[in-house]
Design a protein around this ligand. Sequence first.
Ligand SMILES: [Zn+2]
Ligand SMILES: [Zn+2]
Length: 327
Amino acid sequence: MPKVEDALLYAQEGMFIFPVHSCIHIPGGHIEGWGDTKPLTTCDCGDPDCLDIGKHPVVSHKLATCEYEQIHLWWGGRARYNIGVKSRKSYLVVLDVDPRSGGWESLARLQKDLGINFLGHRMYETGGGGVHIQFSAFTISIGVATIPGYPGLDVKGNVSDNYVILPPSNHKSGGKYKWINRVPPQDIPDALLDLISKKGVTPFGERTEVSQSKLKVPIMKLEGMEGMKDFGSYLKGKHPVHGATGGGNLIVYKADNFWICKRCGSKGRLLEMAAILAGLCECSDFVPGKQNPLKGQMFTKAIAACIILGVTKDEMVAYLGKEAPND
Ligand SMILES: [Zn+2]
Ligand SMILES: [Zn+2]
């Protein structure tokens, strides 16, 4: 069952986690009608009739975090909780392979059809005999979707309440979630995206609403952003203010001119980054769903910060377009 070390490792990877009830296996007990194969399992929530054994949250998934202190509070004591990861904050999309509905056959066919070797991706066994393959998706949101023509494969996307259970959590079948390939998640392949029913995939709101003016001053113009590595469509590097424990945790997308921080789960544009660089705000202030602090006086201060950090006044006027200061 998960220990605090397991949970801390996820935080280092930028996964936003929260405690989930675990399963209690009763030695020697078996569920009636299941023969000897299924052990008797109850949920540690204490409800003998629990319908979501070992899978439902102990606290609101909204509290999912990467903060070490909170993780110590949750997993450091005597409680042994399973680990849930909040997909939206972690920019995570999961391909769920369900063997009972022919998922393995479908996966093999999908690999051939798309020319993708899923084994090279971040992947783990679920306790119930299937696998989860994890991808990242930073610029689009995906709901819950099936893949037409491939039964037994489901996509659990990065929207609203979605979460999945992570190794080494335990499962009601008596098994455990186990890593197969623990590498950082790679971007969801375009070929796979094309297959997911179109209804399930939409750009993040921000991307569609972006006005042309927001592209006029590249974030990389700000002093302090030097040292990011160029990967073509995006730049990646250590966060200029809070740094990174592992590789690069800050990504700047060139075409859409916005950044995301994988440590904090935050994202923003020029003004948000200037406010962070100038020490007006914390990077974690810009987590989606939180009130954006750049209102009123703070908005004006962030504009001043841009100018101090090398953006000219004319550029600033072009960037702001016709929008009102507290837009
Ligand atoms: Zn329960
Ligand atoms: Zn951050």
